[in-house]
Design a protein around this ligand. Sequence first.
Ligand code: KG4
Ligand code: ZN
Length: 353
Amino acid sequence: MKVLGIESSCDETAAAVVEDGRRLLSNVVASSMDIHVQYGGVVPELAARSHIEAIMPVIQQALRDAACDWDDIDAIAVTYGAGLGGSLLVGVLTARTLAIIKRKPLYAINHVEAHVYANFLTSTPLPGYALPAAAPRFPLLALIVSGGHSQLVLFRDHFDYTLLGQTQDDAIGEAFDKIAKILGLPYPGGPSVGKKALEGNPHAFSLPKARLQGKYDLSFSGPKTAVLRLAQELVGKDHTLHSSALPALLSEQQKADIAASFQRVAIETVVDKTMLAYEEFQPASVVIAGGVASSTELRRQLAQRLPQPIAYTDPKLCTDNGAMVATLGCFLAQHQRPAADPFGLEIAPNLSM
Ligand code: KG4
Ligand code: ZN
């Protein structure tokens, strides 16, 4: 079975073809990041406009790369939430139209759930991908860390999961993006803070870790505010100094030490919770998913602390892509889950797990 996956929830226009939920036949991603970089974050109207321009070429490229024509495609899967309304609309309306005119079943995909399914891909003819040798097993503990989500989910089986806990304020990726702004580093913040951190001392500053009511809940607004206050103090100013003035006043070493200290604390926070859940639920597999799952520091800390080996997927499959959408679509089809109505599927910008 071959499924075409379409993803447009944020600033990536993406499409991919996946076979049987494990073999990646194509993976095309067009990002409008270069447009958003100059604004320091994603501008929703510009993202939606870029999706309109990119979506059909991206889908056609995904079919070509997979050496497929429409007759070879068994179903279409599309992200219908969570995400930016205007961006989701482009993907969903395109998928609905294609499902109708090409007469294919349409599967509505939850973006956050799909991130987890990137880990089920184990083979590909495409060059340049490092995939795990085997699919994860259930019960499966998933740490989902992206620009919009930070949560721990326990899957007993496909489609049978419990949300153990989630962030009460900012997502971890969002916090990285905000720290990058304070330090004058480019968007997206995760990779740029990670790079700067290589030159700094991760123990230069102690930043607070939030204490929360829920055992598995997370919070990143406290450490973010602590970084702002620390930076203001380092340049000899008080809390009235606007954050936009900080990049010019901080030294390169101070920036590197802040980046390294923040990265250590933020990553430790999610790894601590993952270890707690690991001990309580004794999962057969642990996976990490979402853009922040490409962080080398997260991969290093988790591998160091987990008593069992952990397989990581290719970083290209951690950030938003169509492959994760197609993979979850394959499993929905294989398990005879209900298809969506191509004449009625609506977007769900606030969808949660
Ligand atoms: O999953 P994703 O592409 O989009 C959402 O669904 O949000 O995640 C984007 C987030 C951004 O906040 C970005 O800063 C972060 O993932 N990110 C990283 C890395 N690459 C992307 N964070 C840490 N280390 C990375 N290498
Ligand atoms: Zn995402």
